[in-house]
Design a protein around this ligand. Structure first.
Ligand code: NAD
Ligand code: WQD
Length: 338
C-alpha cells in the first residue's frame, strides 16, 4: 500500500495528524530529527493507534537519509510539517531558520521529484498575511509583510512550491494556512511540548495553571479590539489534524495547486481566552497588563468557507474543548514528555 511520509511527525501538529491519518486507514512513515520533539511521542503514538509506525530519526536536509527512505518505503505523498517555528528565536538566528526551513524543504522536494513523488501538503501559516488587509481573511487576501524570519520562511516556501507547480503541472500542492492551533488529543497522551518558557498564549496559560509560571503577561490592552487585547482565531489541533486528512483529496491527479485557511472563523481576545480557560477548568489565571509585543497585530481571524466548500471540512470543537483539552494534557504531563 502506498504510504504517506509525515515530516516532523513527532511534533505537536504532526503527531495529532498521524493519529487521524491512521484512523482514516492510511499507512504512515515518520521522519523527524527530534530537534523539537521527544522520542516518547513515538511510543504514545503506538499506544494510541495500535500501529507500528516506521520512524526515521533524520534531518530533511540530509539528502542521503531522505533518498534511503524513498528507496525503501513506497511513498505516494508527503505531509510536510518539519520546520523551526519560534518567532523570537528566528529573529536571533535567521540563518538557522532559513537553512532549516528553506534548505530542508528544497532538499525534500528535490528527492521527492527524483523518485516521482509529486504530492505535497505544506504547513503554512496565517503569518503569511502579515497585518491582514481585511478580516475575516479569505485566501484571496494579499500576502503581507512578515515581521520575522520565521514568517518569511513560510511565505517564501509558499512561493517556491507555487513556482515548482507552475514549472511542472504533475505536482499536486496543498498549502494549508493554520491560524492559532491549541488543545490536545482527548486522551491527554500527546500535546504541545514547548522548550523553556512558552512564547504562545495557551501553553503559557496552562503553565501558570499548573504552577510552573507565576502569572500571565498580557501583551497590550490598547488594540482596537472589543477589550483592547489581541484577537486571534484559535483552532483545536484535532480539527487541524482532520483538515489534513480532508486535504488528501486534493492530491489526486490533476488537482494542481490549492490553498486553504484552517481556522474556525471566530476571533477571541487574550482576555476572552483567559476567561474561557478559567470557566472550563476552574483554575484562576493571574495576569498583568504588559506593553505590546513587537511584531504583534491587533486582529487575525479567517473565513474558513473555502475549506468547507472544497474539502467538506468544518471545525468541530469550540473554545471550551480547546481549553479543557489543553489543560487535560498539561495537568497529566506537567513537564511535557520529560
Ligand atoms: P513542532 O516543533 O512541534 O513540530 C515540528 C517538528 O519538526 C518537530 O518535531 C521537529 O523536531 C521537527 N523538525 C524540525 N526541523 C527538522 C528538520 N530539519 N528535519 C527533520 N525534522 C525537523 O511544531 P508544530 O507546532 O507541530 O508545527 C508544525 C508545522 O506547522 C511547522 O512547519 C510550523 O511552522 C507550522 N505551523 C505551526 C503553527 C503553530 O502555532 N504551532 C502555526 C502555523 C504553522
Ligand atoms: C496570541 C495572542 C499575543 C503570549 C504565533 C506566530 C504565528 C503562528 C501562531 C506559526 C497575541 C498574546 C501571547 C503571552 C500574550 N505560528 N499573548 N501573552 O502571535 O498570534 O501567532 O503563533 O506559524 O506565526 O506568530 O500567537 O499564541 O503567541 O499570541 O498576551 O504570554 O496572545 O500578544 O495577541 P500569535 P501567540
Amino acid at each position: 500500500m502506498a504510504k504517506i511520509l509525515v515530516t516532523g511527525g513527532a511534533g505537536y501538529i504532526g503527531s495529532h495528524t498521524v493519529v487521524e491519518l491512521i484512523a482514516a486507514g492510511c499507512e504512515v512513515v515518520i521522519i523527524d530529527n527530534l530537534s523539537n520533539a521527544s522520542r516518547k511521542v513515538l511510543e504514545r503514538l503506538q499506544e494510541l493507534t495500535g500501529a507500528e509506525i516506521p520512524f526515521y530519526r533524520a534531518d530533511i536536509r540530509d539528502r542521503d537519509a531522505l533518498t534511503g527512505i524513498f528507496k525503501k518505503e513506497e511513498i505516494e505523498s508527503v505531509i510536510h510539517f518539519a520546520g523551526l517555528k519560534a518567532v523570537g528565536e528566528s529573529v536571533e538566528k535567521p540563518w538557522e531558520y532559513y537553512d532549516n526551513n528553506i534548505t530542508g524543504t528544497l532538499t525534500l522536494i528535490d528527492v521527492m521529484r527524483k523518485h516521482g513523488v509529486k504530492n505535497i501538503i505544506f504547513s503554512s501559516s496565517a503569518t503569511v498575511y502579515g497585518d491582514p488587509a481585511f478580516v475575516p481573511i479569505t485566501e484571496e487576501c494579499p500576502k503581507g509583510t512578515c515581521t520575522n524570519p520565521y514568517g518569511w520562511t513560510k511565505s517564501m516556501l509558499e512561493q517556491i512550491l507555487m513556482d515548482i507547480y507552475t514549472a511542472d503541472n504533475e505536482w499536486n500542492v496543498v498549502l494549508l494556512r493554520y491560524f492559532n492551533p491549541i488543545g490536545a488529543h482527548k486522551s491527554g497522551r500527546i500535546g504541545e511540548n514547548p522548550n523553556g518558557i512558552p512564547n504562545n498564549l495557551m501553553p503559557y496559560i496552562t503553565q501558570v495553571a499548573v504552577g510552573k509560571l507565576q502569572k500571565l503577561r498580557v501583551f497590550g490592552n490598547d488594540y482596537p479590539t472589543h477589550d483592547g487585547t489581541g484577537v486571534r482565531d484559535y483552532i483545536h489541533v484535532l480539527d487541524l489534524a482532520a483538515g489534513h486528512v480532508k486535504a488528501l483529496s486534493k492530491l489526486s491527479p490533476g488537482s494542481g495547486l490549492n490553498i486553504y485557511n484552517l481556522g474556525t472563523g471566530k476571533g477571541y481576545s487574550v482576555l476572552d481566552i483567559v476567561k474561557s480557560f478559567e470557566v472550563a477548568t476552574g483554575n484562576e489565571i493571574p495576569y498583568e497588563i504588559a506593553p505590546r509585543r513587537e511584531g504583534d497585530i491587533a486582529t487575525c481571524y479567517c473565513s474558513p468557507k473555502k475549506a468547507k466548500e472544497e474539502l467538506g471540512w468544518v471545525a468541530q470543537y469550540g473554545i471550551r474543548d480547546m481549553c479543557e483539552d489543553s489543560w487535560n494534557w498539561q495537568s497529566h504531563n506537567p513537564n511535557g514528555y520529560h
